[in-house]
Design a protein around this ligand. Structure first.
Ligand SMILES: Nc1nc2c(c(=O)[nH]1)N[C@H]1C(S)=C(S)[C@@H](COP(=O)(O)O)O[C@H]1N2
Ligand SMILES: [Mo]
Length: 369
C-alpha cells in the first residue's frame, strides 16, 4: 500500500540542477580531500615519507591548509543546496525498485552521512570545540576515505545521468530559474568565503567577520591557540630555565647565553591546522647550530620537548631536513620583541612549511634520534 507522501512541484528538484550543484560541490570536496591528505602526511608521515617532506615553499602549509578550511566551508553551503534539490527523493515510492537500486540508495546514504560528518566535525574543530569522545584528527582522516570511496561509487552510478546532462536540450524552460538558484548559491559561497578567508589570506582580513580568528587582533601580531595558562607555564616556572641539548657532548644553556650566540632573523608563517595563519619575523638561534655544539652531525631527526605540564604537543619529532634547515630556529623573539609567555617564552620552535601544532612553544630539551 502506498502511504500518503508529500508532493513536490518545484521544478528545480530535477537531475539537471542536482548535477550542476554536484559539479561545484565535487570540486570543493576534491580540493578539501587533497589538501587534507597533505596536512595528514605533514603531521603524521608514514616512515618511508619522513625524509621526503619538503621544507619549501615556506608558505606551502599555509596555502594548503587555508584552502582546506576554505573549501570545507564552501562545501557546507554547497551540500545544503545539493540536499535541497534532491531531498524529495526521500519520499519516492517504492523506496527501492530492485536490488541495484537499493544498493545505490545505500551508497548515497553513506556518502551523505560521511560528508555531513566531515563538514560538521571540521567546522566544530576550527572553533576549537571538541564535544566528542573520539580523536578528531584520526576520525576526520578515516571518514575522509569513506567520503572519497562513496563519492567515486556515486559518480560511477550516476555517470549516465551526468553524461545526458551535457547534451544540449531544445526546450529547457527552467534555465532562467536554475541560473538564479546557482547564482544565489554562488553568492552564499562568496559571502562565507569573504567573511572567513581573511584568517589566512591577510589582505582580506578586514572582512573577517565570521572566522574564529582574526590575525589582525593578536598579541605581538600572531594569534594564540594554547595559552600559557592552559599549558600551566608561568614566568616563575620559566625562571632559572636552561635549554638542555642531548648528544655526544650534552650541554645546558641559559637564556642569556642563547642571546649571546649568533642570531638569525627569518620571516616565516605560523599556519594552524584550524585554518588561520600569519607571517611574522622570528629571531633566534638556528637549530643546526645548537645541535652542532652538542656534536650532533647533520642528517639526524630531532625530538623536541616542551616544559608544559601536559598537552598533546608537549613532545614533537622533526625530520632531519627541517632540523638542518638554516631557517629552522629556536626562536627567542617574535616581530623583534622578546616572546611573550603565550607565544612560548623563553624559547620556541619555528620551522618552514610545518603545521602550527609542530611549532613547539616553551622548549626545554632537544635530542637527536
Ligand atoms: N608546547 C606547545 N606548543 C605549541 C602548542 C601547544 O599546545 N603546546 N600549540 C601549537 C599550535 S596548535 C599552534 S597553531 C602554535 C601557535 O603558536 P602561537 O600561539 O604562538 O601563535 O603553537 C603550537 N605550539
Ligand atoms: Mo594550531
Amino acid at each position: 500500500m502506498r502511504p500518503t507522501l508529500p508532493q513536490f512541484r518545484g521544478r528545480l528538484h530535477d537531475p539537471r540542477t542536482a548535477v550542476a550543484i554536484g559539479r561545484r560541490l565535487g570540486a570543493a570536496i576534491v580540493v578539501c580531500f587533497l589538501t587534507g591528505l597533505i596536512s595528514h602526511v605533514l603531521r603524521h608521515p608514514p616512515g618511508w615519507m619522513t625524509g621526503l617532506l619538503p621544507t619549501r615553499p615556506v608558505w606551502g602549509y599555509r596555502l594548503t591548509q587555508g584552502l582546506h578550511v576554505a573549501s570545507g566551508l564552501a562545501a557546507i553551503v554547497l551540500v545544503m543546496a545539493k540536499l535541497w534539490t534532491v531531498y524529495p527523493r526521500l519520499f519516492a515510492w517504492p523506496p527501492f525498485r530492485s536490488l541495484p537500486h537499493l544498493v545505490e540508495r545505500l551508497t548515497i546514504a553513506l556518502l551523505v552521512a560521511a560528508t555531513v560528518f566531515e563538514l560538521f566535525t571540521g567546522l566544530i574543530n576550527i572553533l576549537q570545540w571538541y564535544p566528542w569522545p573520539f580523536s578528531f584528527t584520526q576520525t576526520h582522516y578515516a571518514v575522509a576515505w569513506i567520503v572519497a570511496g562513496s563519492l567515486l561509487l556515486h559518480l560511477a552510478v550516476k555517470a549516465p545521468l551526468i553524461r545526458t546532462d551535457r547534451r544540449p536540450r531544445r526546450a529547457d524552460v527552467d534555465a532562467a530559474d536554475r541560473r538564479a538558484l546557482l547564482t544565489g548559491v554562488g553568492v552564499a559561497v562568496g559571502a562565507v568565503t569573504l567573511t572567513t578567508v581573511g584568517q589566512a589570506f591577510t589582505p582580506l582580513r578586514a572582512f573577517t567577520l565570521l572566522a574564529p580568528r582574526n590575525p589582525g587582533i593578536a598579541p605581538q601580531g600572531v594569534p594564540i591557540n594554547r595559552t600559557a595558562a592552559a599549558a600551566q607555564v608561568t614566568y616563575a616556572s620559566a625562571d632559572g630555565w636552561a635549554l638542555e641539548v642531548a648528544g655526544p657532548k650534552p650541554y645546558r644553556i641559559t637564556l642569556a647565553e642563547l642571546n649571546a650566540l649568533p642570531q638569525q632573523r627569518v620571516r616565516l608563517p605560523i599556519a594552524c591546522v584550524e585554518g588561520w595563519s600569519v607571517n611574522a619575523w622570528w629571531s633566534g638561534v638556528p637549530i643546526r647550530d645548537l645541535l652542532a655544539r652538542a656534536g650532533i652531525a647533520p642528517g639526524r631527526p630531532l625530538r623536541v620537548t616542551s616544559m608544559e605540564v601536559w598537552g598533546y604537543y608537549k613532545v614533537m619529532e622533526m625530520p632531519a631536513q627541517y632540523a638542518d634547515d638554516p631557517q629552522t630556529l629556536l626562536a627567542l623573539k617574535l616581530n623583534d620583541e622578546v616572546l611573550s609567555l603565550d607565544h612560548g617564552y623563553p624559547a620556541r620552535i619555528i620551522a618552514p612549511n610545518r603545521p602550527g601544532v609542530l611549532q613547539t612553544k616553551w622548549v626545554s630539551r632537544l635530542e637527536a634520534l
